[in-house]
Write a protein that binds this ligand. Structure first.
Ligand SMILES: [Fe+2]
Length: 422
């Protein structure tokens, strides 16, 4: 949780901190700059939600996904709980019951509603959540404008964390509504004009990392989550990393070669997970002999040149084994990305790594309830690097560590391969 300052741009962090969204340190109008950043992030949440009806917003299609209305309210509770309650002495909460409904997992912040039951909460309705957001927005903006300088200094890092937190939920709004819509037999489109971003030209090009000691983790000025720290040295290489993402065409070759039916390719837990009926990536459907994918634009034929997406870690691992290769470690990915060697590192699909999500050497969560943000999840999950088509602009960076359980595949998750020379 560091205060944002300008970040030197480079090819690897084109979709990273330093985006115009974030205020620059020392700006004469810092208060106004933070108010603008706050409004911009909060507006993006509402922009993403605006395509959805009140009915769309209440559905919870599986325990891992949350209703859009809940995302809109939970991100608001975050500011109420961690910015307004400690820093705005005269703040009147919108509704004291909302803390129970919209606290996600912060045990130190008090009791909370059961996650799998979020879809059963029809009230407050979507319109009242809008009023809740407006109430909190007015209070936060007023505090940013008028707080004494010492209070402002204490609250800005939490406001900044709250904005990055809200951006994470903006991505989840899209992945969760995609899952909800995938359960609708009419295959509705979230946005009929949604398209994959243009991807780099395909090929079997690799970059080679010779053996060396590299510093990984967050090293630049600017915001990062605590799980990206401390920066530390790691031995990397020799290893070759594919410059390109694995494509749908390559995934079809894996399927045609019986990839989903060959236990020798699969981790034991992955084989058990695949037994729930996996025969293709998530959201793929074979219609009259043609594979289609369910996307934010609805059901569309699979394009071979586009990146494989909605695959779990288990599937990515099996694919890599079938290809005679490996998934990169997160350190290998970061070193190659920092060198500008990876195509489509950001903004297309998150890329599974073979690294378990665990603390960096010397990592300590911050004290208090916000220490629960990342640290307590550092077991049994795998790290993904880069960012996806659903990630808001200005959110990701080269040291960013995303993480999910290895069976998860409702996120925009894909892969690139690694190989060891010799
Ligand atoms: Fe959250």
């Amino acid at each position: 949780m560091r205060r944002a300052r300008p970040v030197a741009s480079n090819a690897a962090s084109a979709n990273a901190a330093g985006h115009a969204l974030w205020p620059e340190g020392g700006a004469a109008d810092a208060r106004q700059a933070w108010i603008r950043a706050y409004r911009a992030v909060r507006a993006e949440t509402e922009r993403r939600g605006a395509r959805l009806s009140a009915e769309d917003q209440v559905v919870q299609s599986m325990p891992d996904a949350s209703p859009v209305k809940w995302h809109r309210a939970h991100t608001t509770w975050f500011f109420e709980q961690f910015v307004l309650a400690p820093h705005a002495a005269r703040y009147q909460s919108y509704d004291a019951r909302f803390a129970f409904l919209f606290n996600s997992y912060y045990v130190a912040a008090g009791p909370r509603h059961a996650r799998p039951k979020r879809g059963l909460v029809t009230r407050p309705n979507a319109a009242e959540v809008s009023r809740y957001r407006a109430h909190v927005d007015a209070a936060v903006e007023s505090l940013l404008a008028d707080a004494p300088p010492d209070v402002l200094d204490r609250m800005i890092p939490v406001v900044e964390l709250g904005l990055h937190h809200e951006q994470q939920h903006q991505e989840l709004m899209l992945t969760d509504v995609l899952h909800a819509f995938s359960e609708n037999p009419t295959a509705p489109a979230y946005d009929p004009d949604w398209r994959w971003p243009p991807c780099a030209a395909r090929g079997n090009d690799c970059c080679e990392l010779p053996e060396g000691i590299h510093t990984v983790g967050h090293q630049m000025p600017g915001f990062c989550f605590d799980n990206e720290t401390p920066a530390h040295r790691a031995v990397v290489g020799p290893v070759r990393l594919a410059r390109n993402l694995v494509t749908n065409g390559e995934w079809l070759a894996f399927m045609r070669d019986g990839g989903y039916a060959r236990p020798e390719l699969w981790l034991s837990d992955g084989w058990a997970a695949a037994a729930q009926g996996w025969t293709a990536p998530g959201y793929w459907r074979e219609i009259a002999g043609i594979w289609h994918g369910f996307t934010l634009a609805g059901l569309v034929p699979i394009e071979q040149e586009l990146p494989a997406c909605h695959v779990s870690y288990y599937e990515a691992d099996a694919f890599a084994r079938w290809a005679g290769k490996h998934l990169p470690s997160e350190a290998e990915w970061e070193v190659a990305a920092r060198a500008g060697e990876l195509k489509d590192a950001f903004g297309v699909v998150w890329q599974w790594t073979r690294s378990a999500y665990s603390p960096y050497p010397g990592y300590r969560p911050v004290e208090g309830a916000l220490g629960e943000y990342n640290g307590k999840f550092m077991v049994n999950q795998m790290v993904l690097r880069g960012s996806s088509v659903a990630t808001p602009q200005g959110h990701a960076r080269v040291s960013y560590r995303n993480f999910f359980y290895p069976a998860a595949r409702w996120q925009f998750t894909g892969l690139r391969l690694a190989d060891f020379p010799g």
